[in-house]
Design a binder for this molecule. Structure first.
Ligand SMILES: [Zn+2]
Length: 304
């Protein structure tokens, strides 16, 4: 069963029923409906790297913040790899919680600059000044990686996708959230499993407690690999469901189950982005297109 489509402040987004019941978090799989972008980016494009007008992108990002009633979106520079960014409150906490081990400096990447609602005026100004140049510094000042984990309230983690899988994770016991960008390359590198193990090692999460949602992405109906013999190792060929078509949703589920996540705690949206190009951006359908936002973050208890 697909997740439910919600509408708030003019934006349309899906929520996973298993994540929606928790008051400690906010999340949403934003559709392309509404938004300020035009042409092939029509609607709520959040990427500054696809050729869209930076001012429209800044407005779209601001609309998401308003919709969530939050102040900060954290974007990462996604590269179809398997690096994981850890954003821990230990960095700012003078009295670290005794129940958590310190995060290893070696693996920690600090992301100190996302996108704040208050930055918007400045951003819009910058965007206007830099119309020729999509490399808007305040938005681009982000870390490279394909997953991000945090235990800090108020940091709304964003995954940008057009066919790749946005995977949202939450451990209600440890109060830790993660967002994963799992394209087919990331899937083959098991970025989802690695993120869960990072949650375990660095934030003391338990896989059996983790609640997971796999967002709208390329379904087995459209996930075609004509050259799969060259591109996909044979250990993954069992996910081929019909000629040249693979079920990467099932692979993601298996990768989560392998770490100890419970079947009942996994929700797969079942929405294919190429089939539902009216709702989502699809690289396979359009090539030049925008990116949708999948967002999850811990909220301050007084903000709900
Ligand atoms: Zn499809």
């Amino acid at each position: 069963m697909p997740p439910e489509l919600s509408k708030k402040n003019g934006l349309h987004f899906y929520q996973f029923p298993n994540l929606a019941q928790f008051t400690e978090i906010k999340h949403g799989m934003f559709t392309r409906l509404s938004g300020f972008s035009k042409g092939p980016f029509q609607g709520l494009n959040v990427s500054v790297n696809v050729g869209d007008d930076p001012e429209s992108v800044a407005r779209n990002r601001h609309a998401i913040l308003t919709c969530l009633d939050e102040d900060e979106l954290v974007f990462i520079h996604q590269v179809h790899g398997s690096d994981i960014i850890l954003l821990s409150q230990f960095q700012n906490d003078e009295k670290p919680s005794h129940r958590r081990r310190p995060v290893s400096r070696k693996v920690l990447k600090i992301l100190d600059s996302g996108f704040r609602r208050n930055d918007n005026k400045r951003l819009l100004k910058l965007a206007l000044l830099k119309k020729e140049n999509t490399d808007t510094p305040l938005i681009h000042n982000n870390q490279t990686g394909d997953a991000i984990i945090t235990d800090i309230p108020g940091k709304m983690l964003v995954i940008q996708t057009a066919d790749c899988q946005p995977v949202l994770l939450f451990d209600p016991n440890q109060k830790v959230v993660a967002a994963v960008h799992s394209g087919w390359r990331g899937s083959l590198q098991n970025i989802i499993g690695k993120t869960i193990m990072s949650m375990v090692h660095h934030f003391h999460c338990s896989p059996e407690k983790i609640i997971a949602g796999v967002g709208p992405s390329l379904g087995p109906c459209c996930c075609e690999f004509v050259h799969y013999r060259k591109e996909i190792p044979d250990s993954f060929w069992k996910y081929q469901k019909k000629e040249n078509h693979f079920d990467f949703w099932e692979l993601s589920q298996d990768q989560m189950l392998e770490t100890g996540v419970r079947t009942n705690n996994i929700h797969i949206s079942g929405l294919c982005t190429k089939c539902r190009n009216d709702l989502f951006f699809s690289y396979r359908r359009q090539k030049i297109t925008g990116r949708c936002a999948g967002v999850i973050g811990l909220t301050y208890s007084d903000r709900r």
